[in-house]
Design a protein around this ligand. Structure first.
Ligand code: SAH
Length: 254
């Protein structure tokens, strides 16, 4: 199908929730879109207007959704695929490139841009101080896309390596026991005094943040609206803040 205007596809991050944390670049892309594509709760965050079609779909259909978006861009539409936070962090950007790789070669000539957003762990870290101020790893605790045994192994090794960690998708109703096991592994690999922060609905109304030592952490403290941050062994409180020194645990800057 030929179109007068060349189609384009933008994969945009909407940030953690607060309106003022949507970047001007993402706002511009949404203002120019003909179609917005995404998971239902994220598409709900886009204001409807004349000339804009909203395509909301359920979870777990990421590659189908990405394929539809690429197809519509190939037909000449201005597509914005929305993710929460940053689109490259456990979100739609990789799904679009997977669909691009599997799709017709003509799609390679489409203009595709990824627009960053503020990811949940950075918004949560900022809300409590600077718990990710030294080296850290971001880990998705969902076993949809990898086996649980691999997740446990990574928790073990990253803890032993002394990195702080941020966990996405920590605990869902369909896998209630795994997060309890994750806490056991972390107590072994990081020690029971390491601080863990549960940050729920960060920057949204009803934001809740709780920091405890791993010894006192319970599985019920996390759900799918929570991002979890585990410090390294030097992560500490100062007043009401939590921070991780910039130097390696035990290392005194010279
Ligand atoms: N692309 C998103 C992450 C999508 S995975 C980003 O960059 O933030 C979905 C997970 O992100 C949730 O299960 C939760 O762990 C985390 N998350 C997203 N928004 C959040 C918020 N406002 N507060 C707390 N956690 C959030």
């Amino acid at each position: 199908m030929t179109a007068e205007r060349k189609g384009s596809l933008v994969i945009a991050g909407l940030g953690p929730g607060q309106e003022t944390l949507v970047t001007p670049e993402v706002q511009d892309a949404l203002a120019q879109a003909t179609d917005v594509v995404g998971y239902i709760p994220y598409v709900k965050r886009v204001a409807p207007r004349e000339g804009l079609t909203l395509h909301a779909s359920d979870n777990r259909v990421e590659v189908d959704r990405a394929t539809d978006a690429l197809q519509m861009a190939a037909e000449g539409k201005q597509i914005v695929v929305v993710s929460s936070g940053d689109p490259g962090v456990f979100a739609m950007a990789s799904a679009v490139f997977e669909a691009l790789e599997a799709g017709p070669t003509e799609w390679l000539s489409l203009e595709i841009r990824v627009l960053p957003g503020i990811t949940a762990m950075l918004a949560a870290a900022a809300a409590i101080g600077a718990p990710l101020g030294h080296d850290f790893a971001a880990i998705n605790l969902s076993d949809n896309l990898k086996p649980w045994a691999l997740i446990e192994r990574r928790l073990q090794l990253v803890g032993e390596a002394g990195l702080a960690m941020a966990f996405y998708n920590p605990r869902s109703k369909s896998r209630p026991h795994q997060f309890a096991r994750a806490l056991e592994v972390l107590r072994q690999s990081c020690g029971t005094e390491t601080l863990i922060t549960f940050a729920r609905d960060v920057t949204k109304p009803g934001q809740e943040i709780l920091t405890v030592p791993l010894r006192d952490a319970t599985p019920e403290m996390a759900d799918m609206r929570t991002v979890v941050i585990v410090g390294n062994r030097d992560t500490r409180r100062v007043g009401s803040y939590v921070y991780t020194p910039r130097f390696a645990p035990g290392h005194k800057p010279g």
